[in-house]
Design a protein around this ligand. Structure first.
Ligand code: RI2
Length: 320
């Protein structure tokens, strides 16, 4: 079953990156809607909701995935025939995938304009949105240099330096704890996001908040490259973003852990950078100060406060 396979690949991080997992989830829903042998509208709805729940349960932090699932599943309750329901899911999934790819391209154009000729940029983890800005600046003829971190424990920095190398960009590869040693050589930090909360805080790969704090101390601007579907609507009603804690074996080999009975390995995959350490969030709808996050949520995800009143008044009609 393609949904189960996709869910496993997202959980294991074979498919990773907040944008990529959202598109993978959308494709899984599209294929499920196309291939399911549900014979009537009620069973189709049940099957699609079950597939949606399997996908949303894979990784709890990147809101891009539940946002994509919500956008694709919206309207399923209102469909009156099986064909209308099936085609609606397929069309919305295709639309999400296309608009998500287009969003990364727009962010690259907008973000590249904030990179000056001669700048040295630091990036952390592997964000296609953030890398898009850097590579577009280089492609447009700007002379730039990059510092890229290793990103323990899953080493996503290796993916980043390969992409930068392939683009012909002069790159310095450093361990995560070396950021403060090099921050005075850096003109700008650009990173991605897994979630942006209503008060403009950004959830991203573990270590991002230390990078941003170090940049703030050195008066280096921090830009977040984030598509609108990474903004977290439910933080309007006070929901907190769950920080995924992954297995300790990603950090320390099991046989070593077993030899250290009093030691617990803690492996949070993300951290939270407060708005005060962020200068700009570049989205496909344009660049905003982090304090305008609510506007993006309201304008692009349609989740104004009244939306939540509807949820409270009619919880059944708003199942994920
Ligand atoms: P794009 C990644 O998480 C990193 O935190 C990255 O900054 C963020 O998703 C956004 O990536 P993981 O999947 O969507 O490596 O910009 O845990 O590619």
């Amino acid at each position: 079953m393609f949904v189960t396979e996709t869910a496993e690949k997202i959980k294991s991080m074979e498919i990773r990156g907040a944008g990529r997992i959202a598109r993978a989830g959308a494709e899984a829903l599209r294929r499920h809607a196309t291939e399911t042998r549900a014979g009537d509208l009620a069973s189709f709805r049940r099957e699609m909701k079950s597939a949606a729940q399997v996908l949303v349960a894979t990784r709890p932090t990147a809101v891009s995935l539940p946002n994509a699932v919500h956008l694709i599943m919206a309207g399923l309750e209102q469909s009156v025939t099986l064909d209308e329901a099936r085609n609606g899911v397929i069309v919305r999934a295709e639309k999400f995938i296309h608009s998500s790819q287009h969003a990364v391209e727009k962010i690259a154009q907008f973000g590249a304009r904030h990179i000056r000729d001669g700048d040295t940029i630091l990036t952390h983890c592997n964000s296609e949105a953030a890398l898009g800005c850097i590579i577009e600046a280089h492609r447009s003829g700007k002379e730039i240099e990059v510092f890229a971190t290793e990103v323990r424990p899953r080493n996503q920095g290796l993916i980043t330096i390969r992409a930068l190398n392939d683009a012909g960009i002069k790159t310095n590869f450093i361990v995560d704890s070396a950021v403060r040693s090099f921050i005075h050589d850096v003109d700008l930090v650009i990173v991605g996001a897994d979630a942006v909360t209503v008060n403009g805080a950004v959830v991203n790969k573990i270590g991002t908040s230390q990078v941003a704090h170090t940049a703030a101390e050195a008066r280096v601007n921090v830009i977040i490259a984030a598509e609108t579907y990474k903004f977290a609507p439910r933080t309007i009603i006070g929901e907190l973003i769950q920080i995924e804690e992954r297995t300790g074996s990603e950090v320390l080999a099991d046989e070593i852990s077993r030899s250290l009975p009093h030691v617990t390995v803690r492996n949070p995959a993300f951290d939270v950078t407060p708005a005060e350490y962020i200068d700009l969030i570049v989205t496909e709808a344009g660049a905003i100060p982090p304090q305008m996050a609510y506007i993006i949520i309201r304008e692009y995800l349609g989740w104004g406060i009244e939306e939540f009143h509807k949820i409270f008044e009619n919880p059944a009609g708003h199942e994920e």
